[in-house]
Write a protein that binds this ligand. Structure first.
Ligand code: FES
Length: 141
């Protein structure tokens, strides 16, 4: 249940334990890449399967989780729904339930890109965390 504290809400959502973040173009204001109703079917399937696979929250067996976000438009606007997996930077087209299931089984659980549907692979660069903190803050941690 949401509280007034963003820190408490982040903890409740498992945000410090996120391993991967999935963004899906769905429920668009101006649907261009696919039918809006199809995008909602895909979104509902993604949410349901993450929950069924117990990937949506950290568990004792798996201390990480997979976060998902419904994006209004990911600016590709062709052959949707478009699905992006970060930090891997893998962009998938045609992300309807059958493709989402393959991404979950093969990419998320199996660490293998689903090459049949991936059209861009651009992992995000590593971030040097120390740039966000002063030397004094680092010494105090
Ligand atoms: S409407 Fe789906 S990527 Fe733009």
């Amino acid at each position: 249940m949401p509280s007034d504290s963003p820190i408490a809400n982040a903890q409740a959502l498992g945000i410090p334990q996120i391993q991967r973040h999935l963004l899906l173009c769905a429920d668009q204001t101006v649907p261009k890449c696919c039918d809006k109703a199809d995008s909602l079917v895909a979104w509902d399937y993604l949410k349901k399967r993450l929950k069924e696979l117990k990937l949506d929250v950290p568990t004792l067996d798996r201390p990480t989780c997979i976060f998902r976000t419904k994006a209004n438009c990911l600016r590709i606007c062709q052959q949707g729904p478009i699905l992006v997996v970060y930090p891997d930077g893998v962009w998938y087209h045609s992300a309807m339930p059958d493709v989402i299931e393959r991404v979950l089984q093969e990419h998320i659980l199996g660490n293998q890109i689903v090459t049949d549907y991936a059209f861009v692979v651009h992992p995000l660069p590593e971030v040097d965390q120390s740039q966000f903190y002063s030397q004094k803050e680092i010494e105090n941690t």
